[in-house]
Design a protein around this ligand. Structure first.
Ligand SMILES: NC(=O)c1ccc[n+]([C@@H]2O[C@H](COP(=O)([O-])OP(=O)(O)OC[C@H]3O[C@@H](n4cnc5c(N)ncnc54)[C@H](O)[C@@H]3O)[C@@H](O)[C@H]2O)c1
Length: 316
């Protein structure tokens, strides 16, 4: 049984599949060669991340395919309904990267409250000639402990973000139209854990009371955060978007940063990805990362192992 892992697979996932008797072809076949390669090698399982497109045409042209697997959450690159209508199994690994994204949110938050994103830009330029000036410029940091984090969208990543926040002593509030109550369990290193019962609050209330806001909703038809929502926020709020470009109005964000309404923003995703606006890239109050929320070694391991175990179960 052959598996084509076209956008890569972790060593642990590959080994698990090989130990179960599968042959794993960990190569990167160009999109236009994909159908030929699958047919020539009689591939049964096609594993992809976000790059390879598994369209209706690919599905129709590859009769040996039985399973399509997506390492990660979004299935935008797979014609899922069509694949299922043709009797194929479509699997993904929605849980595997939640804590990786949550940690990146905190990387941005910790950076924002201590100006690290800006200090890292200016220290190489002036750290030796203007140390005292920079020390003064970045002297008014604040702490996260004791502050309120407002989480918009309380699914897998929202909850993972809440766990870290609770663990460092923040108060957590959330809004989610599909969820009224949630119990969040924070696990510690020695297998102890503490559970917190939280209730959803209307978006408007969250915007008015949160010291920091983190977005964790799926793609939306329109902005979740725009001019009106920024106006409702506390002065000096920090905001992080590691969910999707297009849910946060970047023009309104720059205005809110410039007026001082928002103290800093952390962005992992962009409206005009993969070519973010220069005004965003150059802004001194924005901590930037290039859509790497899920990109940790541990997440890749969990993704590979999760896909492997689902494939092994399907072939049992
Ligand atoms: N930065 C990255 O690399 C990265 C990696 C993985 C996922 N993501 C993104 O993170 C986001 C969240 O992923 P997840 O796995 O937690 O999804 P999820 O489906 O588990 O959770 C999303 C939650 O948002 C809620 N929601 C939907 N519309 C809402 C609205 N208008 N207001 C408030 N809540 C709303 C849903 O009820 C759900 O509870 C997605 O947009 C996903 O694409 C980013």
């Amino acid at each position: 049984m052959k598996i084509l892992a076209n956008d890569g697979i972790s060593k642990s996932g590959k080994e698990t599949l090989e130990n179960a008797g599968f042959e794993v072809l960990a190569v990167n076949v160009a999109q236009e060669q994909l159908v030929t390669y699958i047919n020539q090698n009689k591939v049964s399982v096609l594993l992809v991340r976000s790059s390879t497109k598994v369209t209706k045409e690919v599905i129709d042209a590859c009769p040996t395919l039985k399973i399509i697997g997506r390492g990660g959450v979004g299935m935008d690159n797979i014609d899922v309904d069509y694949a299922k209508s043709k009797g194929l199994h479509v699997i993904n690994t929605p849980e595997a990267s939640s804590s990786s994204v949550a940690e990146l949110v905190f990387a941005h938050l910790f950076s924002g409250v201590r100006f690290l994103h800006d200090a890292n830009r200016n220290m190489p330029l002036e750290g030796d000639s203007n140390f005292k000036k920079l020390k003064n410029a970045y002297a008014k940091g604040i702490e996260l402990r004791g502050k309120t984090l407002g989480i918009i969208g309380f699914g897998r990543i929202g909850v993972a973000t809440a766990r870290i926040a609770l663990g460092i002593g923040m108060k957590v509030i959330f809004t989610d139209p599909f969820l009224d109550e949630a119990t969040v369990t924070v696990p510690f290193f020695d297998n102890r854990s503490i559970s917190f019962d939280l209730s959803s609050t209307p978006l408007e209330n969250l915007l008015k009371t949160a010291d920091f806001i983190s977005l964790h909703v799926p793609a939306q038809k329109s902005y979740i955060i725009g001019k009106r929502e920024f106006a409702l926020m506390k002065d000096g709020v920090g905001i992080v978007n590691a969910a999707r470009g297009g849910i946060l109005d970047e023009v309104a964000l720059v205005d809110a940063l410039e007026s001082g309404k928002v103290a800093f923003a952390g962005l992992d995703v962009y409206e005009s990805e993969p070519i973010p606006e220069l005004r965003i890239l150059m802004h001194p109050d924005i901590s930037l990362s290039p859509h790497i929320g899920a990109a940790t070694e541990e997440a890749q391991d969990r993704i590979g192992l999760d896909l492997a175990s689902q494939i092994i179960d399907l072939y049992k």
